[in-house]
Ligand binder design. Structure first.
Ligand SMILES: C[S@@+](CC[C@H](N)C(=O)[O-])C[C@H]1O[C@@H](n2cnc3c(N)ncnc32)[C@H](O)[C@@H]1O
Length: 371
């Protein structure tokens, strides 16, 4: 599906409310109070990823539209945080930016900025590209090669969103609009910009069955956030394949937003974490899976039978204690941390009780003195 139909639809939606694009969402009304009415009215989201924002976060909102989620997040990050909204549409960027100064005053600081770019190419600023093109319009294939060389240099030397610079990537009903050809790259870009242990909270539309090509080719259904929906399994798998862990559906609307040709399209919110890339070192940590399942396996292949004291490296210990699984495990630190040795516990390795006896037990979200 072409970007042109998406651009046209959201240009109109930026200028006047498009009722057909509005999916009912239960936002935190206390965060909406500060926002201008035209931004709240031109809400084309399908969930509320702002509820995953923490104080101090650097938040990136993909397909920020009129800036609603950005301005909500700005109230939650506080003085120490900031929010960046990316969108490709000038009319949406105009709507978001024309309230920036007034919002900065209300918030007590200019914590939000909006950048023009494609969410599948977050290193490239379209503002920089357009400034370059204004001086050097493309007329020949040699001009085109020069443009590509400029863009490559921009991505390398002046990235719009640098590597590992973001704590939380949010998005509200946008990923389904990106062409299927670009989706793998889009998810790789989300991984690239996140800091280690950075989080993802994405509200989007999923389909319960494969969407036929004829529906995908319909520009109204595609730009209306329907026929570009990911399949409900494929959406989660795409994040696992890109190296995310703790991939889960936190919110799942029981009632479909739309049903077309018997296919249910519903709003969900997917959470995921980019794991740390540090070397696996064994200090003698163990974890115990609480249950209620008899056994679980994480996205990196570690296996945890309920109630068993399992050996983990320090990196996995931190991921289980602080990351998305923190309510599911009891962490046990070694009483006397030994000399670390490079080692990542093979699946199913037990840690004998004698090796962790007397060690500190970390419960629900505390780090067990590991770091
Ligand atoms: C359904 S609206 C959602 C807007 C906003 N997130 C909200 O909650 O109201 C989709 C937005 O994503 C933008 N968009 C779609 N595809 C994009 C892409 N590939 N890169 C950047 N922005 C994109 C559109 O311009 C539009 O503003």
């Amino acid at each position: 599906m072409s970007t042109a139909s998406v651009l046209e639809r959201y240009s109109q939606g930026a200028k006047a409310r498009e009722a057909e694009l509005c999916c009912p969402v239960d936002y935190d009304s206390s965060l909406l109070e500060l926002l201008p009415r035209e931004i709240v009215e031109r809400d084309y989201g399908c969930g509320d990823p702002s509820r995953y924002v923490r104080p101090g976060d650097t938040v990136l909102d993909l397909g920020a539209g009129g800036g609603k989620i950005c301005y909500m997040a700005a109230q939650l990050v506080g003085d120490g945080g900031r929010v960046i909204g990316v969108d490709m549409n000038d009319d949406m960027l105009d709507l978001a930016r024309r309230h920036q100064a007034a919002m900065a005053e209300k918030l007590g600081g200019d914590r939000v900025d909006f950048r023009k770019g494609y969410i599948q190419d977050l290193a490239l600023s379209l503002t920089e590209t357009e400034a370059w093109l204004a001086e050097r319009p493309v007329k020949t294939s040699a001009d085109l090669s020069a443009l590509h060389a400029f863009q490559d240099a921009q991505r390398r030397d002046n990235p719009m969103i640098p590597d590992q610079s973001v704590d939380l990537v949010v998005s509200n009903c946008v990923l389904n609009l990106v062409s299927e050809r670009d989706r793998q790259q889009m998810i790789r870009e989300i991984h690239r910009v996140l800091k280690p242990m950075g989080r993802v909270a994405i509200s989007d539309i999923v389909a319960d069955e494969a969407v036929p090509a004829a529906l995908k080719a319909d520009p109204t259904l595609w730009s209306g956030c329907i026929s570009g929906a990911f399949h409900e399994k494929g959406f989660a798998d795409a994040f696992v394949d890109a190296g995310f862990v703790g991939v889960s559906y936190d919110k799942w609307e029981a009632t479909p937003w739309q049903v077309v040709d018997g296919i249910e399209f519903r709003s969900v919110t997917l959470l995921a974490t980019r794991p740390d890339t540090v070397e696996c070192l064994d200090y003698g940590h163990a974890v115990i899976y609480r249950g209620p399942f008899s056994e679980v396996t994480d996205d990196e292949g570690h296996m945890f039978p309920r109630g068993e004291r399992m050996a983990v490296c320090e990196r996995t210990f931190r991921l289980l204690m602080q990351g998305p699984y923190r309510d599911d495990f009891i962490g046990i630190s070694p009483q006397e941390p030994g000399q670390p040795r490079p080692w990542c516990a093979p699946a199913g390795t037990r840690r004998p009780a004698a090796q962790t006896k007397g060690g500190e037990h970390a419960l629900e979200g505390d780090s067990g003195g590991c770091c």
